[in-house]
Design a protein around this ligand. Structure first.
Ligand code: 17E
Ligand code: FE2
Length: 411
């Protein structure tokens, strides 16, 4: 199969992409279809590697309002609502919602998903079910599962054992939630526990870290310090880090040295962080989004996630990665020309680094033929117009075919 005249990642020198046996065979200018080869002329449309969702809670997806709506818009009321919904979880309910949600992502060109799954459930129903679904969803997306202790590791009965059990069952990544533990001591101990569990079992780490507008929430320094001392480096990810928005600059100056040495990844969830953040403020009202620009300028790897798709924490979401980029760039004052053109990297290569999938990710010869085509000449235009997805190709097969939206002005 041959895709002709592709603008690969904003490159104005158009290329042709030959796919064979599920892989990118040749990427070069001037390729001609061979006898019997299907050819599609893209006419200069934008080709990107597929989008990567680096942070979402699939176990809770599509449950907003069931059994109650989050009226205050706080993280804590979200956790309360989810606690009530958790009682009703069963395998069929999870399977239906997760499949629908992964299809929503697929329809928007997303083929790789890291999902946090709550393990503060003595039955581990969601963990079992979602691990079980990985194979059957593989045609649509590669799913990576985080053992996420929503109610805490030390602050929840048998929290440590549930984490260990989830890892034994096959969770790919170890989570933690230091800012939600009962005490600062528990917070530190929970991070030590999570890091050791990951190191002992050769797993990645992704912590819900300091997701609170409390400038005294300092889980991040502990996490980064352990990542450095244990040589875990970029196997470790700090999600949210919204407290960093409220840290004083003198502290951030000192902290940045450790962060750079630690080489950990960051995930920001711009839509959800601004929605849940600042809820205890009057005016001025904080944004509650981590220091995306500063981290990026210091060479740290930052990606963006949706966090929620229509659930107790966020009442919207349809799997469109464009929205998180648009919101993320706006909130973090990254609206310079170059920032906008390169904005897709927050949901492509940066996220791929966080998930440790770069060995099989990217539009490059020899790699699995996974790519998307957007109805735009470049990413600036795609972002501004929320351009339609024309194709999503996975393992050399077109799995989604889209069409340009058409509106006519009649006067
Ligand atoms: N749980 C949590 O602790 N924080 C979040 N942002 C979500 C769930 C979505
Ligand atoms: Fe989250």
């Amino acid at each position: 199969m041959l895709f002709q005249n592709a603008c690969i990642e904003n490159d104005r020198c158009l290329k042709d992409i030959r796919i064979q046996d599920g892989k990118f065979k040749t990427i070069a200018a001037g390729l001609k279809p061979e006898a019997g080869e299907e050819a599609i002329d893209l006419g200069g449309k934008l080709v990107l590697p597929p989008f990567v969702e680096s942070h979402v809670h699939l176990d809770a997806c599509l449950t907003a309002g069931d059994p109650c709506w989050n009226m205050s818009g706080t993280l804590f009321e979200g956790i309360e609502c989810w606690g009530k919904r958790k009682d009703k979880l069963n395998a069929q309910d999870i399977r239906d919602r997760v499949r629908r949600c992964v299809k929503l992502y697929a329809a928007h060109g997303c083929q790789f998903i890291r999902t946090h799954v709550d393990v503060t459930d003595p039955n581990l129903t969601a963990m079992k079910t979602i691990l079980d679904m990985k194979d059957e969803l593989a045609d649509l997306a590669e799913i990576q599962v985080v053992a996420f202790p929503q109610d805490g590791i030390l602050s929840f009965p048998n929290g440590r054992d549930l984490m260990k059990e989830a890892v034994k069952m096959g969770a790919d990544v170890v989570g933690a939630i230091p800012h939600y533990e009962f005490t600062r001591e528990y917070s530190v101990e929970s991070l030590n526990f999570a890091m050791k569990l990951a190191a002992d079992n050769d797993r990645l780490v992704d912590v819900h870290c300091d997701e609170i507008d409390d400038e005294a929430s300092r889980g991040l320094e502990t996490l980064a310090c352990r990542a450095l001392e244990m040589g875990m480096y970029d196997k470790v990810t700090a999600s949210h880090t919204t407290a960093m928005h409220s840290y004083n600059n003198a502290y951030v100056l000192k902290l940045m040295r450790l962060l750079k040495l630690s080489r950990i990844n960051f995930v920001s969830n711009p839509l959800v962080n601004i929605h849940l953040g600042g809820r205890a403020d009057t005016y001025p009202m904080r944004r509650g989004v981590t220091r995306i620009r500063e981290l990026t300028e210091n060479g740290l790897n930052v990606s963006f996630g949706n966090d929620d798709i229509f659930d107790p924490w966020y009442p919207m979401g349809n799997g469109n990665m464009r929205d998180v980029v648009y919101q993320g760039l706006n909130i973090s004052h990254m609206m310079g020309y170059e920032d906008i053109c390169g904005g897709y990297k927050f949901v492509t290569e940066n996220a791929a680094k966080t998930l440790h999938i770069t060995d099989h990710y990217g539009v490059q010869e020899g790699k699995p033929a996974n790519m998307i085509v957007l109805d735009a000449p470049d990413y600036y235009d795609a972002l501004n117009n929320d351009s339609a997805l024309l194709y999503s190709v996975r393992a050399g097969k077109v799995i989604v075919r889209g069409h340009a939206a058409k509106t006519e002005v009649l006067v």
